[in-house]
Design a protein around this ligand. Sequence first.
Ligand code: ADP
Length: 328
Amino acid sequence: MSTKKVTKIGVLTSGGDSPGMNAAIRAVVRTGLYNGLEVFGIVRGYSGMIDDDIIPMNGRSVANIIQRGGTILKTARSQEFMTAEGRAIAYENLQKHGINGLVVIGGDGSFRGAQKFSSEFNIPCIGIPGTIDRDMAGTDSTIGFDTAVNTAVEAIDKIRDTMDAHDRLFIVEVMGRDAGYIALHSGIATGAENILIPETKTDIEELITSLTEKEKRKKLVNLIVVAEGGEFGDANGLAAIVKKRIPTADVRVCILGHIQRGGSPTCHDRLVASHMGYYAVESLLNGRFNVMIGVINNKITYTPLDKAVKERQRIGQEWMRIVKILAS
Ligand code: ADP
């Protein structure tokens, strides 16, 4: 806890966008104003801090955005903020506006930046986990995951219809370069026969054997959900292996891509975002600085930023066992 008083806060969205970021911005702005703070929106994440793209926010600035995907403040990745010179310019700009507290909505990269920045310039920063990947330690929910996974489920259900009609093997790629949560959850929810994620090793021989047997019985109707950062590359990489080993297989690939990032946030994501936004400002007001707001077992939690960026939430092996049993 610190006794330093926060009076003017900046809010920004940074790194990969995720549906529900707008609901979080809205909650931060309105909670800040309610408590008599001045609130500034920083446009395009850390780039906007360096370019002094900083705008005053009022209650109306965030009207009618809770249901919108994307982020009204825009987001960006900033190489310049990775340098000490870039961060010094960013700090000068904050000083110019009198901003003495920051709320950063983003993923672990954005929190790494926030942690460095706060330690260099002694400016309190609060992190709100906004990422569709859901791989952050210290929280059960990240803003955008629920929407992304529901988008994936809706799309995969449709693919399954045509897959069944034609007796085909479909490989569907979902997002997740280092994290398999979208693949795991959407795969289980759509009854996928196989799910390939970066966190676990796949027994490719076992997979090929089971597909070969189905092909021999002329019943190769099989849905495989892969995370983009899978062990055998993306969906096309896996399809090439299957085609090589089972040349007669009718293999189709579908890459869901960026549709998973967009769209109107689900009720769950709007609630989580609203909750986290509110507690981010409370945290600044109460002198609980440099923490990431999380939700564990429906309770708000505060994880020190340095801990939040060091640890990642891993998928338990038990899940993969369940996948196998349910798909058998
Ligand atoms: P995400 O927040 O979605 O994980 P990134 O990893 O791209 O996205 O990080 C977003 C931005 O955070 C980067 O473009 C950079 O400006 C800043 N950032 C990330 N890591 C660091 C770091 N170690 N030091 C300073 N800034 C960083």
